[in-house]
Design a protein around this ligand. Sequence first.
Ligand code: GLC
Length: 702
Amino acid sequence: MIYKVIYGNPDVSSEAVVNEKKVKLVDQEYLKNVIFDECLLKKEKEYLILRIKLKEKRGFYFGFGDKVGPLNRKGRRYIFWNTDDFIHHPGAEPLYKSFPFFIYISKNMKFGIFTDYPGYMEIDLDSEGKGEIEFKVRGEGFNQYIILEEKVKKILKQYLYLTGKNVAFPFWSLGYQQSRWSYSSQSEVLQIAKKFRDKNIPCDVIWLDIDYMEGYKVFTWNKENFSNYKLMLEKLHNMGFKVSAILDPGVKVEKNYEVFEEAKDRYFLKDTSGKDFEGAVWPGRVRFPDFCENKVRKWWARKVNKLLEDGIDGFWNDMNEIAIFASEKDIEDAKEKLKNMKLEDGIKVASVIGEIGEIKKRGRGDEIVHLSGKKHYKLKNVYGFNMIRATFGGFPKNKRKLIITRSAYSGVQRYGGVWTGDNHSWWEHILLEIQRINSLSMVGVFNSGFDVGGFGGNVEPELIVRFMQLGVFMPLFRNHSAIETRRQEPWSFDTEYEELLKDVIVYRYKLIPYLYTSYMLGILEDKPLIAPIFYYFENDEQSYQVFDQFMVGKSLLVAPVYNPGVTKRMVYLPKRALNFNNKIFVRKGWNLVDAPLSKIPHFILDGSIVFMQDEVQYLKNSYNDVLTAHVVAYNDKAVGYLYEDDGESYNYKKGLYNLYKVVYDKGNVQFLTKRNGFLHRKRKIKFKIYRKFGLDEFELEF
Ligand code: GLC
């Protein structure tokens, strides 16, 4: 059941909610005794504050997307104010995105709360330990949706009913992706591509960072280093690569630069005096399109479409929190403040300098005005959401899109995916990313990934291997690193490591039939590819405490290594499973398992079938003609699924796909057709049956 309560008088809309038919509008009194005992709404200066006391206080809280911190969000106050913070140490708050949705789970109660407000907001999840939650909004009012269901899966499904289903990415986006800030010339890009093919290291996508542009001007090509970009793109396509390019919102202020000329005085955000607001980003002085306006999104979409015509296949929307290095006012203020300062002022000098810039400025909510006349502090959290929405609009309607954004808000899953921003080549960040990707799944964002290897800092060989081993299971598997850091392409290390990294990437491609099947079933049924263990084992209390393992689809459990020098780790199994590294059955509960550097501890749950394929160099919208079915059947019974479609259109929404339920029972295999909406390609399937008493093998045609 979904309830909606309107608090105060909301005067801005995030446009996150797309379906309200099933929603029951109630007042706060109605929910008393249902989920809370007490509820208090008060106005404090420009803030509206709602404090609720839960009927019970011993619960878990999951959600809030890729904020740093533990998977269980209990006990902290969170700020929703999209901010570029490129060093996210454990205390970094706020960060790039706002997903003000969490799921509460206790013994007797499960519910989700989505507090829909696009401006500044704080949510305190019982930081005092009294079972109290506080919502504090800078604004006139907000909408709150309370989803009351018995199962976590249903809560998430209802949340996606409200905010929209995930879009499927193209089949090829499941391939390995290589990025760097930056591959700064067409010859460098082609060399990288050639190296992948020469070394037989599979790869599907190469990413272009800001240097492909002329002076960082959005929708231009660097005339010198990318003088023949069309030929470059053609060559890359012929080699089986797709190319994805970065788009930054800041448009350089420059006379006769077409994009600027078209948008000035029409499409840009304003300052309080009514002039186009200006700030400093990569190109220098820039102005920012007001993506909250439909006409601006349409204009942007036309530009995106041109890049698609050039041959670009996907996009990466960056700096859209909005990240602004400085405004005119910052420079004036700083000059003024520093004017009479001397070294003798000691720490005071440092604090004045530290106040300049995005993070300390808390995003200039009062300095910027939208074309609608609304202050930016009421809409800041949907700026990135609307940018990816605009980019999405640039594609042909029935073509799947690879678009990721750094800044986002609830509902972003309708347009594309996200990456977690500028992480670091730190061991701590492997664990951080496990928790973030799982938390993104809990706010309905299924197309997610992180900079594998770490963006900032210099990676070391052991760290990149463990980072890549985690990346193998992610919806998006992209290796990216920052300028002036150590290179992270798989061949940038000693041959021993190159071999390990190659094996890791090859393994990703072997897993594709299982990954794509699970991914697409997830898109259709509103289930994330990556999920915390409890998502599938809600009655298992222990599973709520497990923060460093996850499920991939419903049959594969992964327990990554995130510390140096580790060769064994404890793994919690919610049921009996096959250790896929040594093909030995492991019992339910806690187990110590081997985890040498060459191995990723991962397990296939008993009773399931996982389809894999042989190595390929890149993906061609279909699985191989020979598949291997790994049937994990301790008691000689197992079930699995195989999905197929065209991999590039949205025809799956019309049911144009095939879904087979594969049932293995004591030596017999049955393929049950659940849907038959696509041309089926006959394949040879090698069955490997792992049973209590030994292995069985046979082949079938299907
Ligand atoms: C930002 C992005 C990063 C990109 C860099 C240069 O830091 O988060 O991914 O490489 O800008 O464009």
